[in-house]
Every structure is written in C-alpha cells, then in structure tokens.
Design a protein around this ligand. Structure first.
Ligand code: GLU
Length: 474
C-alpha cells in the first residue's frame, strides 16, 4: 500500500491478515480460503409504518464455517453496508479462534437509524428482519447465533428469540438461537457489561507484564494511569467505569458524538453518563472542559487511549499525532491498516480488537451453553460448596481451639453464583489468550523489532482456523 492511501474497512482487515499470513508457512490456497467471506445474504423488506411502506436493507454475512454455529452481532446503524458487515464477520472468526470460543465468524446489520423509530416500530422492523433470517437458517441455535452490537441490546435480542420461538415452537433449544438476551428471556448474568469487563481484564493483564509495559514506555501500576475513552456506549461506559472504580485510573477525556469533555483530575463516569443520557450529548457537562472538536482529544497526551465506538477513527490523517502510549481497541477495527503501520513505527503498542473486545462473545458462549444445558451455572454445586467450607471451618476451629476470623468467614464460605462463575470464566479466557499472544509476540520480536501484538493475534487465529480446515479434510 502506498503511503497516504487509506484502505476501506474490509481491505484493512485483509491487509492486516495478509501481513500475518506472510509470517506463516501455509499453502497459498488455504490462506485464500481462510481470508474470503463465505457468503453474504442481503435482504430488502418492507414494513408498513406511519401509514406508508418503508423498505429496509439488512445483511447477514458468514465469514467462516470451520466451526458451527457461526457467531456475531447484529448492528443497527445508518452506516451499515455489505463491506462493513463482511469485515466485521471476518474479525469475528479471528476473535473466536483467538480466545478459543468454538464458533465460526458471522455478522449482521440493518441500515437504519434506530433513534428515528419508537419502540413499537422498532419491534416490528426487528421481527420482520429476524423472520427473513430465520427462514434461511441464518438465525439458528446450531448454525448461526446473533448477539447485540452497535444500536442493539437486550430488547432486540428478546424480540429475535421470541420470533425464532414462534417459528419453531417445538425446538427445545430455541433460546440458544441468539445471545445477549435479558435474564428473563434466557440471558446470563454479566453479559451486558461483558465487553467492557473484558477490556478491563485485557488492560490488567498487560499491566501484569513489566516487559510489555516497557515496550509501551509505561511504568508503575494501573492506578493513576491517564485514559481517554472514545465513545461512552455500552462498551466504553463499562470499561471506563470499571477502570475508574476498581483500578483507580483517571479518565481524563471522553469523546462523544457532539464533542468531548476533558478533566485533568479525572471525569466521574457515572455522573457523565447520566448527563449524556439526559441531554443526548456531553456539551454543558459542568465538571469538565467541553470542546466541540472531539477528534482533537483523540490526540491528547495520555497513557491509554480506548477507542470504543466506530471503525477507522485512527487513520492516515491523525495516526501521526496520537500521543497515547497504549491503544486498546475496544471497538472493532478502530485503527486502519495504514494507521496501524504509523503507530507501530512510532512505538505505540496496540492491544488489538480481536483480543481486547472478545469479552462479549466469550460471555455469549457461556450464555449459549447455559441455554443448551437448560440450567443456571452454579445451581447444583453452590450450596454443597458452602457446606464443605463450613465443615473446613469447623474442623479448623476444633483442631486449633481458635475461632475463625469473622471478617474472612463470608468470603471463605460463599459458593460461586452465576455472576462469579461468568467473571471467572471471562478472566481465565482473557488471561489465557493474552499469554499465548505475548508468547508469540516476544518470540518473533527477537528477529523482528517491528513485530506487534496484532500480528501475533492474527497468526494464532489463522493457525487455529487452518488446523480446523485441515482436519475437515480441506
Ligand atoms: N457484537 C459483539 C462483538 O463484536 C458480540 C458478538 C457475540 O457475542 O456474538 O464481538
């Protein structure tokens, strides 16, 4: 790619994929098979609303079926198009492979501004879109399982689940046809905040490794680190909130649709997000300095930059001016391939999207397993675990003649409930994947100082998909 040229999203993903594939010794035909999108279904359907028929365009793209079901969110946004959905589907394949979630990659989208329609209208549109996909097995517990993405959430997933159930009344596993559902419709505790939680775990893991921090030019612990977050949607809000409340980070800047607010002493995320909900923007937020020029805040001096909204926000135009030491890609594809090259040359460490935002699909996997097993995690063992712990306390007290400290009792006894297990599974997944990724990173860096974490992530993912294809006889 000539410098100064900006690739599109799909092209960007391909370029990053190719860069990794060049480090591998795979037959070119297999590389091509892994790279290409298997299929994209486009549907145009009409819904009668406000006395007129409105035509909507939707997509469901399947990138790779080396593992089934294929998995990936459904996005409701005006910018949705085939290229975007295909790029996102490809990223889902690599993400699932990297964090060892046994799914292929898929993604869907509807070109719509959800804020232009009320809840009843949106329900009719969503159900109609779901109907079109269900009819073609593009929503199915064992073949294709959507989830929330930008512009969608629990509410839309509940409509989709119900629509599938209405069309498959005898399918006992119907609830597993979609994840990210509300609890009362078969959801799992901890799914709403899972992607943000995963971002927090990813950053914590990075900060557990002095060598890695050194490469980013960072020192000390996570406490007091200065963070800029772009996008205070579900992912950005939860990541910022957890990092502030539990890791004592300073959120010094938040960029939103209408501009940005900065505060050197840290912004209170809960208060700011309340303001955002009430006023629809961050302007006039009383506890920080507002600027209409949100893009400039992306370039502010900080330790960690978390792009948590759209793709392509770090690009050819601004990559050179990014001053963060560490970029954590909470969004999918926030850095273009051209920008990635610039950041790498500047020595900025990037924790890549396919790892950093994998918390969502990881907990989706737990939800899917819960739906198929028809039982809440922990329901059988929890009280039995507690009874055993009680017994240990009793034995300790008998043996020593001393009383077990009261302040430790609760924590020692309590058996794991669903949320605790979900967090433990997510933490384990994030740590495991980071360990594998940094191992490849450091090994390859010995001969190639330019070798980065993203290439390591791609190599691991491609290798795993290649192995699946090979064992399938391809
Ligand atoms: N939309 C989320 C993502 O991009 C979640 C996908 C899922 O849970 O299937 O990873």
């Amino acid at each position: 790619m000539a410098s100064g040229q900006e690739p599109g999203f799909r092209e960007s993903v391909n370029l990053l994929f190719d860069r990794a594939a060049r480090h591998m010794d795979l037959p070119p035909g297999l590389v091509e098979k892994i790279r290409v999108v298997n299929s994209t279904y486009t549907v145009r359907f009409g819904v009668k609303l406000r006395g007129d028929i409105h035509t909507f365009t939707g997509y469901r793209s399947v990138h790779s079926e080396h593992a089934e079901p294929v998995k990936g969110g459904i996005r409701f946004a005006l910018g949705v198009n085939q290229n975007e959905v295909e790029a996102l589907a490809a990223l889902m394949t690599y993400k699932c492979a990297l964090v060892e979630v046994p799914f292929g990659g898929s993604k869907g989208g509807l070109t719509i501004d959800p804020r232009q329609w009320d809840a009843d209208e949106l329900e009719r549109i969503t159900r109609r879109f779901a109907f079109e996909l269900i009819k073609r097995d593009l929503i199915h517990p064992s073949q294709n399982v959507p989830a929330p993405d930008m512009g969608t959430g629990e509410r839309e997933m509940a409509w989709i689940a119900d629509q599938y159930h209405r069309m498959n009344t005898t399918d006992i596993d119907a609830r597993a046809c979609v994840t990210g559902k509300p609890l009362n419709a078969g959801g799992i505790r901890g799914r709403v905040e899972a992607t943000g939680r995963g971002v927090q775990y990813a950053i914590r893991d990075f900060f557990r490794h002095r060598d890695d921090m050194k490469l980013a030019g960072l020192e000390g612990g996570l406490a007091g680190k200065r963070i800029v977050v772009q996008g205070l949607g579900n992912v950005g809000y939860h990541a910022a909130k957890f990092l502030q409340e539990e890791d004592d980070c300073l959120i010094v800047g938040v960029i939103e649709r209408d501009g940005a607010v900065v505060n050197d002493k840290g912004l209170d995320i809960e208060t700011l997000s309340g303001h955002l909900r009430h006023h629809g923007g961050v302007a006039k937020y009383p506890h920080g300095k507002y600027t209409q020029n949100g893009a400039a805040v992306l370039e502010e001096e900080c330790d960690i930059l978390i792009p948590a909204a759209l793709e392509g926000v770090i690009n050819n135009d601004n990559a050179d001016r990014i001053r963060a030491r560490l970029v954590v890609e909470a969004a999918n594809g926030p850095t273009t391939a051209a920008a990635d090259e610039i950041l790498r040359k500047k020595g900025v460490v990037v924790i890549p999207d396919m790892y950093a935002n994998a918390g969502g699909v990881t907990v989706s996997y737990f939800e899917w397993v819960k739906n198929l097993s028809h039982i809440r995690f922990g329901r059988m063992q929890r009280r039995q675990e507690e009874a055993r712990q009680e017994l240990i306390i009793e034995a300790l007290e008998k043996m020593t003649g001393k009383t077990f400290p009261d302040e430790l009792r609760g924590g020692f006894i309590s058996g794991a409930d669903e949320l605790t297990l979900v967090r433990s599974g997510l933490d384990d997944t994030m740590r495991g994947a980071y360990g594998t990724m940094r191992h490849v990173w450091h090994a390859r860096r010995q001969d190639d100082k330019d070798f980065d974490l993203r290439t390591a992530a791609y190599i691991i993912a491609i290798e795993r998909v290649a192995e699946s294809y090979k064992s399938l006889g391809l």
